[in-house]
Write a protein that binds this ligand. Structure first.
Ligand SMILES: [Zn+2]
Length: 263
């Protein structure tokens, strides 16, 4: 292990001198072997590394079923099936909650599609880690829970409009990447108002989520993330409360994964 990642501030919890190793912000296992060069890495402490790994394992077992990226079929066949065989608890969870539905896309032939029970809270927690990792990797700014709020949601139209409005504040820098041909696509920017104010949208494996009771018919691929410093107030002094209320109202919850029948 190179010294570059040891004894540094953990990118996730922000504790100084606590990092023990490098962590791939988006775990290497999401990518086929040939696509793993030059993935973003940050210093991480042991606890954050292990908490994030547990979330990654869940995402690696479940999200590929809704994958729409270029290597989705190959990934499902070669990686996910053996992975599930080793993780019987997650396999059982999926098996119990899966339902089959008939779907016709654009008037085409009817096909069997599966919807899977999907703990989107775990995926949003993973995106929360990824957001903090990307902020360090791209903007060299730590957004740990001790000093910063990080909200990640799947948005309905209202949420997306809100996000677009936030984008109209003056930005200091921005980034846009597509890792592994659609395995992880994201955009991020850092506000000129405060370095910890960053905005992100991201999609992992192009996985399609839908079936929310609150937004029937809506299919979402992208999660949206906002980080901002605690105690941060903008001009009207109340912006944080307004922003959080809006975020809660604009979020889609109870989404289910839509994809190929896995078993
Ligand atoms: Zn940590």
């Amino acid at each position: 292990m190179s010294k570059k990642y040891k004894g540094k501030t953990c990118a996730y919890c922000g504790v100084p001198n606590s990092s023990e190793s490098a962590d791939h912000v988006v775990a290497r296992e999401f990518f086929l072997v040939g696509e793993r060069a030059n993935l973003p890495k940050v210093p991480a402490c042991r606890k954050c590394n292990s908490d994030k790994s547990a979330l990654e394992l869940y995402a690696l077992c479940v999200l590929p079923f809704g994958g729409t990226h270029r290597d989705a079929v190959e990934t499902l066949a070669t990686k996910v099936v053996p992975r599930l065989e080793r993780n019987s608890k997650i396999l059982e969870e999926l098996r119990r909650g899966m339902t089959y539905v008939l779907q016709s896309q654009n008037g085409g032939p009817w096909q069997v599609t599966a919807t899977l029970p999907f703990d989107h809270a775990r995926i949003l927690s993973l995106f929360n880690f990824i957001t903090r990792g990307l902020a360090v990797h791209h903007f060299d700014i730590h957004c740990p829970p001790s000093t910063c709020f990080t909200n990640v949601s799947y948005f309905n139209d209202r949420g997306r409009n809100f996000y677009r409005r936030l984008l109209q504040t003056k930005m200091a820098q921005s980034v846009r990447e597509n890792l592994g041909n659609g395995v992880f696509e994201y955009e991020g920017c850092q506000s000129a108002l405060n370095p910890q104010f960053t905005l992100w949208n991201m999609s992992l494996l192009g996985a399609q989520l839908g079936g929310s009771m609150e937004s029937p018919g809506a299919v979402v691929k992208e999660a949206y993330a906002v980080t901002h410093p605690m105690g941060w107030r903008s001009v009207d002094g109340n912006a944080k409360a307004v922003a959080e209320a809006l975020l809660a109202e604009a979020a889609i919850s109870n989404v289910r994964l839509e994809g190929k029948p896995p078993f």
